[in-house]
Ligand binder design. Structure first.
Ligand code: CTP
Ligand code: MG
Length: 182
């Protein structure tokens, strides 16, 4: 494998526990909104699109995926000829819960900007969960983040994530799983 392809593979593998929570939340969302209907200056704090169930299931699925990836890493790494990183529990929780919190933080910002639930904010929608995941992982597992997210891998994450996000959300929309294609 060429070095740059190896960088892409490792970067995306490492971010999988942060990528999956939002999609799991879409599939499992519903029930009580986190803000319980509360408003700030006449606008919802977060909106009906951020629920306890979606957040809990999303986080749980992300952490569970990290455990599965840990178990699969030696065999997959061998087959690809690439050493794949493992996920210490604090790193897994940081990536999965951080992704959800980043998305929730973005909804808070969107409501303050007067955007209703479901409104698209290009850039924010595609990177909110990356920022949240990296920040919380850096807080809970600083040495792991420093060793794992080398500058080239970080660059891959920032460039490739928006593309993956657009592709999966358009896919989820076409499958009727999501109300908007973003
Ligand atoms: N979802 C959830 N809990 C979360 C995140 C998402 O229940 N923490 C579910 C909701 O059913 C939500 C759907 O996933 O409607 C799509 O997520 P997202 O696009 O992030 O929410 P929007 O409904 O578009 O709301 P917002 O404008 O606040 O992003
Ligand atoms: Mg949305």
């Amino acid at each position: 494998m060429t070095p740059w392809l190896e960088t892409v593979v490792v970067a995306l593998w490492t971010m999988l526990p942060a990528y999956v929570p939002n999609n799991a939340a879409v599939l499992s969302g519903g029930g009580r909104p986190i803000d319980a209907g509360r408003t700030l200056n006449g606008r919802r704090l977060l909106g009906d699109g951020k629920t306890w169930r979606g957040t809990a299931v999303g986080t749980g699925v992300g952490v569970a995926l990290a455990l599965v990836l840990d178990a699969a890493a030696p065999a997959v790494g061998d087959a690809l000829g690439v050493p794949l990183p493992s996920f210490p529990l604090p790193a897994a929780v940081g990536l999965a819960l951080g992704a959800m919190l980043g998305d929730i933080g973005a909804s808070f910002l969107k409501r303050r900007l007067g955007r209703e639930r479901g409104a698209a904010v290009p850039g924010l929608d595609q990177l909110d969960f990356v920022v949240g995941a990296l920040l919380l992982a850096a807080l809970l597992a600083p040495q792991w983040v420093a060793a794992t997210f080398t500058p080239p891998r970080l660059l891959v994450v920032v460039v490739a994530t928006p593309v993956l996000h657009v592709v999966t959300n358009v896919g989820a929309y076409l499958l009727g799983l999501k109300n908007e294609p973003w």
